[in-house]
Design a protein around this ligand. Structure first.
Ligand code: RIB
Ligand code: CA
Length: 313
């Protein structure tokens, strides 16, 4: 079976970094056509640099990395240094990358790749605010039917928000972009906080990464060590939710996840609910379903996959 072609759109972010490592460790199943950086957890100059650091850590310096949008479509950028640290990859000390950043803008890369690749053969994997994806869809509407699927991390329903009481960070940063993506008609699979909050980096799971005895394993352990302090203090949980690798794990082992095909709309006007994903889990709105909205996962299976694959790097 030929590997599935994907573009990872990302705002690294320790959890984005683990997702990128998982994808690059799985070449038999996934062909990473490119990685497109977007402003989110930290500003764009850092997210594009961090994406390259992670590719070099994976031993894949030939990966194509592009810089994309540096601000949301219609709002000021909100970042999350309080979670990810000033660099976005706080935890271990990291050398600057030596691999190049590609010249074209990330949005141009997304549009041209979708125009050039056979229709229905490329999956988009957004792990941050949806600014790049929405800009591509707006600039070149003809690409929408050419996208095989969008599998994204974002939103929340039963878990409510993590950046406001109502909204999850990726959607909240650029609700207008999220609204465009959720209305695009592209097949959509969503990994909300409802599922990622069940993927906690408990101590045994972090130690399993460290016991790999490899540089990637050590880095993942140190990133998750750093990353978890915020969530544990906030939720009193036994670890932090490892959000973004859920997107890549779904592509590798979809059976680890369960959810429902429902209607999801994005609030773009609310004073208190801006960026909320209004997920019609009980089908009361009669609005047409537009997303496979995940609600549960096999957490042990997820971390076993992560540890085994990162152990291959
Ligand atoms: O709310 C969690 C999401 O916001 C994750 O993608 C994390 O990396 C941040 O981008
Ligand atoms: Ca992210």
């Amino acid at each position: 079976m030929r590997p599935r072609k994907i573009i990872i759109d990302t705002d690294p972010g320790q959890d984005d970094a683990v997702a990128i490592l998982l994808a690059l460790a799985s070449p038999a199943e996934l062909e990473v056509l490119g990685i497109t950086a977007v402003a989110g957890n930290v500003p764009l100059p850092l997210t594009q640099k961090n994406a390259r650091i992670v590719c070099e850590l994976a031993g894949k310096p030939d990966t194509l990395v592009f810089a994309g949008c540096e601000a949301p479509l219609a709002r000021k950028l909100v970042t999350a240094e309080h979670v990810h640290g000033k660099t976005g990859l706080d935890g271990p000390a990291l050398a600057d990358p030596t691999m190049p950043l590609q010249g074209p803008h990330a949005v141009d890369f997304i549009v041209e790749t979708l125009r050039r690749q056979p229709a229905g053969s490329v999956t988009l994997c957004p792990l941050g605010p949806l600014t790049n994806i929405a800009t591509a869809l707006t600039r070149a509407p003809e690409i929408a039917p050419r996208i095989q699927e969008i599998v994204l991390m974002g939103g929340a329903y039963f878990e409510v928000g993590n950046i406001t009481p109502a909204a999850e960070f990726n959607i909240y940063v650029d609700p207008e972009a999220a609204d465009i993506v959720f209305k695009s008609g592209v097949p959509l699979t969503v990994m909300p906080l409802d599922v990622t909050h069940k993927a906690l980096t408990t101590r045994p799971r972090i130690e399993a990464f460290r016991r790999l005895g490899t540089e990637p394993g050590r880095m993942v352990a140190e990133w998750t060590d750093f990353f978890e302090r915020f969530d544990m203090a906030k939720y009193g949980s036994l670890g932090a939710p490892l959000h973004d690798p859920c997107v890549i794990a779904y592509l590798l082992r979809p059976e680890l996840f369960s959810g429902r095909r429902i209607n999801v709309v994005v609030e773009t006007q609310g004073s208190f609910t801006l960026g909320m994903t209004v997920a019609d889990w009980w089908g009361v709105s009669r609005r047409a379903p537009n997303a496979q909205f995940m609600g549960d996962l096999d957490a042990d299976g997820y971390f076993a996959l992560l540890t085994e694959r990162i152990g291959r790097l």
